[in-house]
Design a protein around this ligand. Structure first.
Ligand SMILES: [Zn+2]
Length: 99
């Protein structure tokens, strides 16, 4: 994956140079924060399970939110108009075709 993504690329579905809708990299940061918090919760599991009123529901909300966060972090760059995913080798080829 390229570190810096282009703003425009050739979309094969539209067959035109289109603006890219690049997802925020903040979701990748959030994903790793989630991993660290989850391991921290595993270490403090005994204290969390002792507080059934506040900490246990909070821990469950953090755990169940992981799927949403990982899904957003894996979202590819897409064509702004038709939502066609342009990522990896497809994005490299689309950008080289766009000139
Ligand atoms: Zn398109």
């Amino acid at each position: 994956m390229a570190w810096r993504r282009p703003s425009h690329a050739h979309c094969p579905r539209c067959d035109q140079v289109r603006r890219l809708d690049v997802p925020s990299r903040g979701w990748v940061v959030t994903k790793w924060i989630w991993v660290v918090v989850t391991f921290g919760m595993a270490v403090w599991a005994m204290a969390i399970s002792a507080d059934a009123l506040f900490l246990t529901p909070l821990a469950l909300m953090v755990l169940f939110g992981g799927g949403f966060i990982f899904d957003r972090a894996a979202e590819p760059a897409r064509c702004f108009y038709c939502r066609y995913p342009l990522e990896g080798e497809a994005l490299e080829a689309a950008v080289s075709r766009a000139g």
